[in-house]
Design a protein around this ligand. Structure first.
Ligand code: GLC
Length: 747
C-alpha cells in the first residue's frame, strides 16, 4: 500500500479513536462530574499557579473551635493568598460567609473554600453518641439522624463533615469506641452505609447535603492496649476480614472523602501508606473522592520515625495518595521544593488538586459559594420540633436494659417519692458526650429534668449527688442515704464524665470511677427498690454494680434530649429494645473479649468447668459480663422452632418468636452463622442478619432470614474472598449468647 494511503488511513484511525474517546467522555467521568463541569475544572487548573495548586491541598482550623494540638493563626492571610483549600472548625452563617468572601473576592482566582467540621452525632441537636445509636439497631433511624445533622450543619455554613467514624474496636479501654458502631464488622458495614447516605443524601446540589468523610482509615480501633494513637499490628488476613470492610462499605455508598488514621499498620503509618491509600483505596476499591489526613498526621510521621524531615514526610504522604494536609502546613511549605528536586511529580499534584476541585464543583460552590450561608435556613432549620422528637426517640431506642430483677423497672405507679442519687443525675454538660460539635449543653435535658417533666401529679422527685464522678469524697453519702430511706423508689445516676471517652481518653481501669460503687452498694442496702442508670462512652466493667443493683439501664450519653428519652423508658412509655453492639467485660483482664472469637484447639467447655488444660483463666470466667447483642425488654420473648433449609446456594433460616409477656415490645432478632470447618479457622459464630420487629403481647411472629453462599464467604491468604462447602450451624436468638441452633450442609 502506497505510503500516503497508509498515513491517511492512520490519521483516519487516530481521529476515530479521539472522537470515540470524547464521545465516551460525554458520559460522567468516574468522579461523577459532568463533562461541562470537568471542562470548567480543566480550564481553571490551566490558569492556576503552582502555589495556588498547592494551596488547594491545605486545610486549616479556624479559631472558632480547636480539635487538636496546634493552631494556625494566620489562616485568613493564607486564604487571601490563595493558599487554603478548606477551613474546619468554623460555622454559623456570618462567620463562614466572612471567610468565604475573603476567598472568592480577595484571592486571585476566587476559588471557594470547603468548610469541614466534626458533626459526629448531631450538629445543634445532639443525638446519642454513635455507639449508643448503634445499639438501637435501627438503620433507618441512624440514617435519619445524620439527615437531621446534615440539615442543621449546612444551615450554618458547613458542607463537609469528618464522619462517619467506622473503626471496628474490641477494646473498651480505647476512648474512641464512643464514636463508632462497636465490635462487629457486618453490622459496622450496615451502619457505615446508613450514615454516609444520611449525610450525603442522593444529590449534592441541594444545599442540605454535605460531603461525608469516612474515618479513620484504617484500623485505628485496634490500637494496642486500647491506648489511643498506639501501634496497630495485625495480619493482613485480620485486616481484611475484620477491620477494612466498614471503610469499603462507606466507599461503596459513595462517600466523598476519606481521612487517614494516626496509627501505623504493619510498620507504616496510614498517612504515608501507599498500599493503603492508592493500591487498595483507589485502585482496588475505585474510590474517586479525596483523601485528607487527620490532624497534623503528616508531621507526626517524624515521631513515628518513618520520615527524618517534614519535607520527607510531605513527600511520603503525597506519593502515598494523601490529597489534603490537615493543619500540618507541610504541603504548603515543602511541595514546591520537592517538585524542583523531582521527588514528586506535577501530575500527582494535579490529581490531588482535581479531586478537591471536583468536590467543590459537586457541591455547587463554584456556582454559588454562599449557598450554605442562608440566614433564613439558619433560623428555621435548627433544633426543630421534628429534630428534637427524633433525638428523643433515638435516646430511648439506644437505651439497653442490662438487668431488671423482679421487674424493678418501669417505675411503678405507686412510687410517689422518687430519689435520684448520683453524680450524673443533673449534669447538663455530661449529657452531650464527646465530639458534640456545636451542641449547646445548656439546652440539654438532664435525667432529673426529664423525670420531673414526665412524672405524674402527686409524684415528688428529689435529688442528691452523693459523690463526684471520679474522686474519693464520701461526704455526700449521708444526705444521699437519708434521701433514699425516705423514698419509694431510687434511681442511681452513675458513670463517666462526658470527656472520659472520645479522643485521647483511654482508661486503663474501666469500672465505675471514684467511689460510685460504694455509693451504689450503700443505697441498695437501704432495701429500697433501686434502678441504676448508666451514663458512659464505652463498655464498663461494672461487675460490682451488676451484683448490687436489681436493675441497670445503659443510656450512654444521650445528647440534647437525654433526660426526656431516658424518662420515657424509666416510666414505661417506651419499652427498651436496645442491644449491645460491644461486649461488656467483667474485668480489664479479659480484654479483648468479643463474641465472634475463634474456638481454639483447647476450648473451655461449660460442661466440664474443672478441666485444667483448656483456654481459661484461673481467676475469672471466660464469658463477659454482658455479651454482644444483649438487651432486655419489659416483656419477655421466647424463641422456638428454628429450621434451616438449603436450596442450591441459598439457605432459609426461620424461627418463631413469641411475646410471652404482658406488654407489646420490639425485639432485635439476630441471625448468626458458624462455619464448622474451613481452610482458615472460623469464629464460633458471626452476625449475618437481624430483624427489629414489634410483637404485640401474647402474639408470635415467624421470622425468616434468607442468606446465600456469598454471605458465608471469608478472606483467604491470597486476600480473595470465597466460601467453602461443608457443615454450618445457623443460630437465631435474642443475643449472641442466647440462641436456638439448626445445622445445615451446603455442598
Ligand atoms: C482529630 C480527630 C479526628 C477529627 C480531626 C478534626 O484529631 O482524630 O477524628 O476529625 O482531628 O477535628
Amino acid at each position: 500500500m502506497p505510503n500516503h494511503y497508509f498515513s491517511r488511513l492512520l490519521l483516519l484511525f487516530s481521529c476515530t479513536i479521539l472522537f470515540a474517546s470524547s464521545v465516551m467522555s460525554q458520559g460522567t467521568t468516574p468522579s461523577g462530574i459532568s463533562p461541562a463541569n470537568k471542562a470548567r475544572i480543566d480550564a481553571l487548573m490551566k490558569s492556576m499557579t503552582l502555589d495556588e495548586k498547592i494551596g488547594q491541598l491545605s486545610l486549616f482550623t479556624s479559631d472558632w473551635d480547636v480539635t487538636g494540638p496546634s493552631l494556625n493563626g494566620n489562616y485568613k492571610k493564607l486564604i487571601r493568598e490563595g493558599k487554603v483549600g478548606a477551613i474546619f472548625n468554623a460555622y454559623t452563617v456570618d462567620y463562614v460567609r466572612n471567610l468565604q468572601k475573603i476567598a472568592v473576592e480577595e484571592s486571585r482566582l476566587k476559588i471557594p473554600l470547603l468548610f469541614g467540621y466534626d458533626v459526629i452525632h448531631g450538629h445543634r441537636t445532639i443525638f446519642p453518641i454513635p455507639l449508643g445509636e448503634a445499639c438501637s439497631w435501627n438503620l433507618a433511624a441512624i440514617e435519619h439522624a445524620e439527615r437531621i445533622a446534615a440539615t442543621e450543619a449546612t444551615a450554618e455554613g458547613i458542607n463537609w463533615t469528618f464522619a462517619p467514624m467506622v473503626d471496628i474496636a474490641r477494646d473498651p479501654r480505647w476512648g474512641r469506641v464512643a464514636e463508632g458502631a462497636g465490635e462487629d464488622t457486618w453490622l459496622g458495614c450496615k451502619i457505615a452505609a446508613a450514615r454516609v447516605k444520611g449525610f450525603q443524601g442522593n444529590d449534592y446540589t441541594t444545599n442540605n447535603t454535605l460531603i461525608a468523610c469516612v474515618k479513620h482509615f484504617a484500623a485505628y480501633g485496634a490500637a494496642m492496649a486500647g491506648r489511643d494513637y498506639n501501634t496497630v499490628d495485625m495480619s493482613l488476613l485480620s485486616l481484611y476480614e475484620w477491620y477494612l470492610p466498614p471503610y469499603k462499605a462507606a466507599v461503596d455508598a459513595g462517600v466523598g472523602s476519606v481521612m487517614t488514621s494516626f496509627n501505623e499498620i504493619g510498620g507504616v503509618p496510614s498517612t504515608g501508606n501507599k498500599w493503603l491509600l492508592t493500591d487498595l483505596l483507589r485502585n482496588e476499591w475505585h474510590f474517586n473522592g479525596f483523601v485528607v489526613t487527620d490532624y497534623t498526621s503528616i508531621n507526626e510521621m517524624l515521631n513515628h520515625g518513618i520520615a527524618g524531615t517534614i519535607k520527607d514526610a510531605a513527600r511520603l504522604a503525597l506519593n502515598a495518595g494523601v490529597d489534603m494536609d490537615m493543619q500540618g502546613s507541610t504541603y504548603l511549605n515543602s511541595l514546591d521544593s520537592l517538585l524542583k528536586e523531582k521527588n514528586i511529580t506535577f501530575s500527582r499534584i494535579d490529581d490531588a488538586v482535581r479531586v478537591i476541585l471536583e468536590a467543590k464543583m459537586k457541591l455547587g460552590l463554584f456556582d454559588d459559594p454562599f449557598r450554605y450561608c442562608s440566614r433564613e435556613r439558619q433560623e428555621k432549620d435548627i433544633m426543630t420540633p421534628e429534630a428534637l422528637a427524633s433525638a428523643r426517640k433515638m435516646v430511648s431506642e439506644s437505651c439497653v436494659l442490662l438487668k431488671n430483677e423482679k421487674n424493678t423497672l418501669p417505675i411503678p405507679a405507686s412510687a410517689k417519692k422518687i430519689a435520684v442519687i448520683g453524680p450524673l443525675g443533673d449534669s447538663k454538660k455530661d449529657m452531650l458526650g464527646n465530639w458534640s460539635a456545636a451542641g449547646n449543653w445548656e439546652k440539654c435535658v438532664t435525667l432529673l429534668e426529664g423525670l420531673k417533666a414526665k412524672a405524674g401529679t402527686g409524684v415528688e422527685i428529689f435529688y442528691e449527688k452523693g459523690c463526684n464522678v471520679n474522686d474519693d469524697d464520701r461526704t455526700g453519702f449521708d444526705a444521699a442515704l437519708k434521701l433514699a430511706t425516705k423514698a419509694d423508689f431510687v434511681i442511681l445516676a452513675l458513670g463517666e464524665n462526658g470527656w472520659m471517652s472520645g479522643e485521647a481518653s483511654s482508661r486503663a481501669h474501666i469500672d465505675l470511677p471514684g467511689v460510685q460503687n460504694d455509693l451504689a452498694e450503700a443505697v441498695v442496702k437501704t432495701g429500697k427498690p433501686v434502678a441504676a442508670v448508666l451514663f458512659n462512652g464505652r463498655p464498663l466493667a461494672i461487675t460490682r454494680l451488676s451484683a448490687a443493683a436489681p436493675a441497670i439501664l445503659e443510656t450512654w450519653f444521650g445528647g440534647t434530649q437525654a433526660g426526656n428519652g431516658i424518662s420515657d423508658v424509666l416510666f414505661g412509655d417506651f419499652n427498651p429494645s436496645g442491644k449491645l453492639t460491644m461486649t461488656f467485660p467483667r474485668t480489664e483482664g479479659q480484654i479483648p473479649v468479643f463474641y465472634n472469637a475463634k474456638n481454639t484447639g483447647r476450648p473451655y467447655q461449660s460442661s466440664d468447668p474443672g478441666a485444667k488444660y483448656v483456654s481459661r483463666y484461673l481467676d475469672c470466667p471466660n464469658d463477659p459480663l454482658y455479651p454482644f447483642g444483649f438487651g432486655l425488654s419489659y416483656t419477655t420473648f421466647t424463641y422456638s422452632g428454628i429450621s434451616a433449609v438449603v436450596s442450591g446456594n441459598k439457605v432459609t433460616i426461620t424461627a418463631q418468636v413469641k411475646n410471652a409477656g404482658n406488654r407489646d415490645g420490639e425485639e432485635v432478632v439476630q441471625l448468626y452463622v458458624q462455619d464448622k470447618v474451613g481452610s482458615i479457622t472460623r469464629p464460633v459464630k458471626e452476625l449475618k442478619g437481624f430483624q427489629k420487629v414489634m410483637i404485640k403481647k401474647g402474639e408470635s411472629k415467624s421470622i425468616m432470614f434468607n442468606i446465600t453462599t456469598d454471605d458465608l464467604a471469608f478472606y483467604h491468604p491470597d486476600l480473595k474472598k470465597s466460601w467453602e462447602p461443608g457443615e454450618f450451624v445457623a443460630y437465631i436468638g435474642t443475643s449472641s449468647a442466647e440462641t436456638l441452633s439448626a445445622p445445615f450442609y451446603i455442598k
